[in-house]
Design a protein around this ligand. Structure first.
Ligand code: CMC
Length: 372
């Protein structure tokens, strides 16, 4: 047996959804640099689920289906109101809420292709409503119902604040959604595929994926980046702060990647947005500190920033609570998870690797009364 720790370099499946080759990320062959500048998130969802960009009618149909499915069961709201909401991380709440969604979906256990596609639309549409409802209820505010005349990005920001967002905020948020939508066999997508490869249902796959995304080595990094920026506080503190982290052999959140050798192609788009938005909000210090951190970390360890690093100051500039950064990642990545789940069902084989045993050899059972 050859043990490959962390499955590094192991190719576990074929997929026609996204690819990372020579540090270039493509969705169905479209470079994300192109999509980030030109595409709406709705177009990207269609692309990931159908492996082609939609024409006008196809896009209008999907947009309507998403808008028509965005409401959530009262049971989710009641659950949020009953829980010790200020002690619960929004990713934990999202994980539970998606599970509740499954309980209210008449087709939850249906496994035919059409039913699974219909469920994919419902899940994609409802995750933003869940996230924003949670964010409002914990502040003592009532959730805001989704509107069907706003874009996916615009609607999220509207449901969060109750105000119609301006075009700059919508453009930035849409771009962030496009950039986070899919990423080949990342940890949460792999988790989703492992789950549904047992022929478990789609809700279970998404719940499993949310659990994996929550961790700080994956999607949870973006919230930690903001915590680090807040701790540093001023650009003059960057150098000693990072040096101390290095001495303590602590990881710097938002840096490094398993797959990219020279850098994450998504980071530059978020960096650009961070510069623009932090200037607009009159808080350029978040961008200035981020740039100083990048300089120090790359000089010391030659490790480039990943997608999570500049997304932190982008979301902060949009006025979003810091612990909602990872749920926002889930709002976007749900599109990729769902594409991969449907692909897994389409050509399924149980995913079941082996472990090299390192425990004791054969032992003889001793009854509890006779044990030392
Ligand atoms: N800060 C300091 N050193 C690092 C970092 C970092 N962020 N990332 C990697 N290294 C060092 C690590 O200490 C190790 O050094 P050495 O060989 O001297 O022990 C070497 O680089 C290899 O690191 P690794 O942890 O074995 O690499 P990995 O491929 O297992 O992990 C990673 C990849 C993303 C988990 C890791 O880079 C990391 O923990 N980064 C910080 C958390 C983070 O930003 N996660 C978001 C990932 S990208 C988007 C997403 O999926 O959400």
């Amino acid at each position: 047996m050859t043990v490959t720790r962390g499955l590094e370099g192991v190719v576990a499946t074929t997929s026609s959804i996204s690819s990372i080759i020579d540090d270039t990320l493509t969705y169905v062959g479209y470079n994300i640099d192109d999509l980030a500048v030109n595409a709406s998130f709705e177009e990207v969802i269609y692309l990931l689920w159908h492996r082609k960009l939609p024409n006008k009618e196809e896009l209008a149909q999907l947009t309507k289906q998403l808008a028509d499915s965005a409401d959530i069961p009262q049971a989710v709201i009641d659950h949020f109101k009953a829980m010790p909401i200020n002690k619960v991380h929004p990713m934990g709440a999202l994980r539970s809420a998606v599970s509740i969604l499954g309980e209210f979906d008449d087709e939850a256990e249906a496994m035919d292709e059409e039913a699974n596609y219909r469920k994919a639309i419902r899940i994609q549409a409802k995750i933003p409503t869940i996230t924003t409802a949670f964010a409002r209820i914990r502040k003592g505010l009532e959730p805001i119902a989704p509107r069907n005349d706003l874009s996916f990005a615009g609607n999220f920001l509207y449901m969060l604040t109750g105000e119609e967002p301006d075009s700059i905020a919508i453009e930035a948020f849409n771009k962030a959604l496009v950039l986070h939508a899919d990423h080949e066999l990342n940890a949460s997508t792999f988790t989703a595929r492992v789950c549904v490869a047992t022929l478990s249902d789609i809700y279970s796959g998404i719940v499993a994926a949310i659990g994996a995304l929550k961790g700080p080595l994956h999607g949870g990094a973006n919230e930690r980046v903001m915590k680090m920026l807040a701790e540093i506080g001023d650009v003059t503190n960057v150098e000693p702060y990072i040096q101390q982290k290095m001495v303590n052999k602590e990881k710097i959140m938002g840096f490094g990647h398993r797959v990219y050798r020279f850098g994450d192609p998504r980071a530059k788009h978020l960096k650009e947005m961070s510069e623009k938005l932090t200037k607009l909000t009159g808080e350029p210090k978040w961008y200035d500190m981020s740039v100083a951190i990048e300089k120090t970390v790359t000089a010391e360890k030659d490790i480039p920033p990943n997608v999570d690093f500049y997304s932190a100051s982008v979301y902060h500039s949009l006025g979003i609570d810091h612990d909602l950064f990872t749920p926002i990642f889930a709002v976007s990545r749900a599109s990729g998870w769902l594409a991969h789940i449907l692909e897994q069902y389409d050509n399924n084989r149980l995913i079941r690797p082996r472990a090299e045993y390192t425990g004791p050899g054969m032992q003889v059972y001793v009854p509890v009364d006779e044990r030392m």
